[in-house]
Design a protein around this ligand. Structure first.
Ligand SMILES: Cc1cc2nc3c(=O)[nH]c(=O)nc-3n(C[C@H](O)[C@H](O)[C@H](O)COP(=O)(O)O)c2cc1C
Length: 325
């Protein structure tokens, strides 16, 4: 295990990854790994009250979230739908809710939701004007740099500065970039200069070295968010918190975690197809921690039946798996 370095007083958040970091994953993670202080839960879309069902809140129900503190996230652009949902989350015990201004997917963005709202500062301002006084929760925001241009955020930060936000999480890419290219660290630095709010850095923290580089460069930042890097390597948050990697038996620990995760999902999903699809989603990330990752990735993704999948994974852990870091 890594040794603890108490001088590292910073907050690490697990990023929201819809379809992956829901409560089943978060709880399994917390049973086997350490390092995250809290998670932002994947987004809940706003909808008209008549269409809203309790199932939409399943991921954030307190009974599903004993293991890790969470901040629920809402995606939407209409205060009339956002406000009742935020109130409902407050009644469930959530004093902070996060507003998603980052989702890059064209289907979402073209409805002026997520990163699709970033080119419209006036709409964002009227949303905040209507919403902030009307909700009992504190509001935090998770944003990208812009939809098309990296400087859209600078106008927005001036607007955010006028409101009592809890924190602003910035993933320094544009929506159109999706996950391509490098995060724009120069623009993130400009954001730090403009923002009056506590700013959280998010993006491409995939190893301890990168974290050290970023934290050296952004000395005022003491809140960091990690998504894909922790899915690939769940030891990473604890390694970052400790400042060193003292694990010697990663494959064994990972396998116990994986077995637990699989068992929990087996109980959640009805039907082997859904379970297999979800596991394939996880292996897209998991495989990257192992040597010869392409081989196992291909094998798993080609698999059509759960029986075959189970045999492949078993064989992999028994005979092939070697940690790659
Ligand atoms: C599959 C997937 C689903 C995501 N779902 C959400 C989401 O529900 N809400 C959100 O704010 N960001 C979402 N994101 C973005 C991540 O939270 C994060 O900002 C992004 O992955 C960059 O951080 P990373 O490099 O540490 O992964 C998602 C990303 C991926 C790849």
């Amino acid at each position: 295990m890594p040794t603890t370095n108490n001088q590292n007083k910073f907050i690490l958040y697990l990023a929201p990854l819809r379809g992956l970091t829901e409560y089943t994953y978060r709880n399994a993670f917390a049973r086997h790994f350490d390092g995250f202080d809290a998670a932002v839960a994947p987004f809940i879309p706003t909808m008209a009250a008549a269409r809203f069902k309790k199932i939409h809140l399943k991921d954030v129900l307190p009974e599903n979230n004993h293991a890790m503190p969470i901040i629920p996230q809402i995606i939407g652009n209409n205060p009339a739908d956002f406000i009742p949902l935020a109130k409902c989350l407050f009644d469930l015990g959530y004093e902070t809710v996060n507003w998603n201004l980052g989702c890059p997917f064209p289907m979402v963005a073209k409805k002026q939701r997520g990163s699709g709202l970033l080119p419209y500062p006036q709409k964002i301002e009227s949303f905040l004007d209507a919403t902030i006084p009307a909700i009992p929760n504190r509001l935090s925001i998770k944003a990208r740099l812009g939809r098309k241009k990296t400087d859209e955020i600078l106008t927005l930060l001036e607007i955010f500065n006028q409101y009592p936000l809890d924190e602003v999480i910035i993933h320094p890419r544009t929506g159109e970039q999706m996950y391509n290219g490098q995060p724009d660290l120069d623009m993130f630095e400009k954001c730090l200069a403009v923002s009056a709010h506590t700013t959280v850095y998010n993006g491409d923290i995939n190893d301890l070295e990168t974290f050290k580089l970023f934290s050296e460069r952004f000395k005022t930042v003491d809140r960091w968010m990690i998504g894909r890097g922790a899915l690939v390597n769940p030891f990473l948050p604890a390694i970052i918190k400790a400042g060193n990697d003292g694990y010697t038996n990663k494959v064994e620990i990972f396998r116990v975690f994986y077995d637990d995760l699989f068992e929990q999902y087996r109980q959640v999903f009805h039907g082997p197809g859904h379970l297999l699809d979800r596991m394939k989603g996880f292996w897209t990330y998991f495989c990257r921690s192992f040597k010869d990752s392409r081989k196992i990735k291909k094998k798993i993704h080609r698999t059509q039946t759960l029986d075959r999948y189970l045999k492949i994974v078993d064989q992999f852990f028994e005979a092939e798996a070697q940690w790659n870091r």
